[in-house]
Design a protein around this ligand. Structure first.
Ligand code: NAD
Length: 338
């Protein structure tokens, strides 16, 4: 099976090479077609940040595994990450946050394991960027929530929750205030819930959710949110399990899915070979499972967990008890634990 790979900018090539090296050592049955995408492609004059050949390859192969990418600063330039999600209608963003042994958090120290799946609608809401100045002092932003957009996304959520045997699926919203937009999202959720009577479906106001996630995150399982609220809540959940370095991400569409790390290009440490590849590796594991490559995904995941438990860490962990290792040593430790 072949997939498209874009290494990205900054630390992207270092962590992507590391993850592909681990895949190779584990015997992952994938081949790769490398595509031109990223800041350097903007600089070559392609306004979407990718070449037409890259777009054709991704559309032909259906799966893009990507490193973080930098969007050039300045008015009129759209984020390549947002463009990719829109061009290929990857309408659901899935992030899985789980406690990892060896990554200390307040919950791991209290013996409370966390496993949360955050599903964020990926296309609509204020992310259309439809904004204008009404007067010199008044800025207006339009928020678009559509019934087809909600139904497409929420159907995926219920289907996924059902397949993974979720104990609860929760809709988070602000329908008490935004009665039309969030109200429509909640109505669609309740409508689809009737088709899945075996799933415990409920809803919660998003600010209440934020408070409860910090106090008792283990009570939740799958949570569905609109785009902006989902963006904020997913970073909160990353904090619960140790930070963005431990959070994988998938952008799921019907024809194309994109798997990527959630952090950025880390320009301050690029080229130093000290970056933590865990987020990209976990995203790669989500991709392997999406493609049905279960055995190698389990081998790599177990080795990663064991490595973290052994105290083998890159410098970003904040762990002062063991000296940090460089990215290649971290990968070698994972491979030695297969
Ligand atoms: P960042 O995530 O790149 O960096 C924030 C801090 O976290 C830095 O100190 C960095 O060194 C550290 N860090 C990030 N990832 C790390 C890793 N794997 N290992 C060790 N340390 C890590 O955020 P930023 O500085 O705000 O953004 C830099 C660039 O990345 C911007 O151009 C932004 O647009 C882009 N970005 C891209 C994506 C994406 O491609 N999905 C996401 C976010 C930001």
């Amino acid at each position: 099976m072949k997939i498209a790979v874009a290494k990205g900018d900054g630390i992207g090539p270092e962590i992507m090479d590391t993850v592909l090296h681990i895949f190779e050592a584990a015997g992952v049955p994938l081949t790769y077609e490398f595509v031109e995408m990223g800041k350097w492609v903007f600089d070559k004059g392609f306004s979407t940040g990718m070449t037409p050949e890259a777009q054709q390859t991704i559309e032909r192969l259906g799966i893009l595994f990507k490193g973080p990418m930098e969007t050039p600063k300045g008015k009129g330039v759209k984020s390549i990450n947002v463009t990719a999600r829109k061009v290929w209608n990857t309408y659901a963003n899935k992030r899985v946050f789980q406690s990892l042994h060896g990554v200390d958090t307040v919950f791991s120290k209290a013996g409370i394991p966390i496993r949360l799946t955050i599903l964020r609608e990926n296309i609509e809401d204020t992310y259309g960027g439809i904004e204008h100045m009404l007067t010199g002092d008044v800025a207006v932003s339009r928020r678009m929530i559509t019934r087809p957009g909600c139904m497409q996304f929420l159907r995926y959520c219920f289907d996924m929750a059902s397949k993974q045997g979720a104990r609860r699926i929760t809709c988070a919203h602000k329908a008490n205030i935004m009665k039309l937009t969030d109200g429509l999202f909640l109505d669609c959720f309740n409508e689809i819930a009737t088709e899945y009577p075996h799933l415990k479906a409920d809803d919660i106001i998003v600010d209440d959710l934020a408070m409860k996630l910090v106090i008792k995150p283990h009570e939740f399982d799958v949570i569905c949110l609109t785009n902006l609220q989902g963006d904020i809540v997913s970073d909160l959940c990353a904090g619960l399990v140790g930070g963005l370095g431990f959070a994988p991400s998938a952008n799921i569409g019907d024809a194309i899915s994109i798997f990527e790390a959630v952090h950025g290009t880390a320009p301050d440490i690029a080229g130093k070979h000290i970056a933590n590849p865990t987020s990209l590796l976990l995203s790669g594991l989500m991709m392997l499972r999406h493609l049905g490559i279960w055995e190698q995904a389990a081998t790599i995941e177990n080795a990663l967990l064991h490595t973290l438990e052994q105290g083998v860490h890159t410098g970003d962990f904040g762990d002062k008890t063991t000296a940090p290792v460089m990215t290649p040593e971290f990968a070698a430790a994972i491979i030695s634990n297969f």
